[in-house]
Design a protein around this ligand. Structure first.
Ligand SMILES: [Fe+2]
Ligand SMILES: [Fe+2]
Length: 176
């Protein structure tokens, strides 16, 4: 399992290494979102691509809030909002993962066990961020937050592509 993670990370560096550089630039939410959208590789079935886009929308909202919170001492309301957003993000990601896993099981996708394990690791990383948001300063959490985003991007652009490639081979690309 570890070995596979390592390979995935190696493949993915080129896609995600400039994310941190983008983050330090003072981008608007829309600029940040459109930069991420450009990096996103589409997958089939199409509904999973749309869910990936929704995850990016949520990440972009989180980005904006975190940037605001870093400029000065965050208010209690902002901390509350951050916690709420992280909770919603985690919830949406978990639902997305469940749907992907069900799809892979129904279609006898060969790598479903590894894929499930990768999803579970992601959820535990987000839980770690949540825990740190609760107990530590925001700036301390930022690095971990971006690591989580990098991980998600890597996962979508490489591991999710595996089921997508099989789907396209079996049924062809979607019409729209
Ligand atoms: Fe996915
Ligand atoms: Fe996935």
């Amino acid at each position: 399992m570890k070995h596979q993670d390592k390979n995935i990370n190696n493949n993915e560096e080129s896609d995600t290494a400039d994310l941190a550089a983008e983050y330090v630039r003072d981008l608007s939410q829309e600029e940040f979102r459109s930069n991420l959208m450009k990096k996103l590789r589409p997958v089939e079935p199409r509904q999973f691509h749309r869910q990936h886009e929704k995850l990016i929308d949520m990440i972009s909202e989180l980005y904006m809030l975190i940037r605001t919170m870093q400029r000065r001492r965050p208010t209690a309301e902002e901390r509350q909002a951050l916690f709420k957003m992280l909770g919603e993000f985690k919830q949406y990601a978990a639902t997305h993962f469940r749907e992907e896993e069900r799809y892979m099981q129904q279609t006898n996708f060969p790598g479903v066990t590894d894929h499930q394990a990768a999803h579970a690791r992601f959820v535990s990383k987000v839980l770690e961020v949540e825990e740190r948001v609760r107990n530590e300063s925001v700036s301390y959490v930022v690095e971990l937050f971006f690591m989580v985003i990098d991980w998600l991007f890597s996962h979508i652009n490489h591991m999710d592509r595996l089921y997508s490639d099989i789907h396209i081979k079996r049924w062809g690309p979607s019409k729209k």
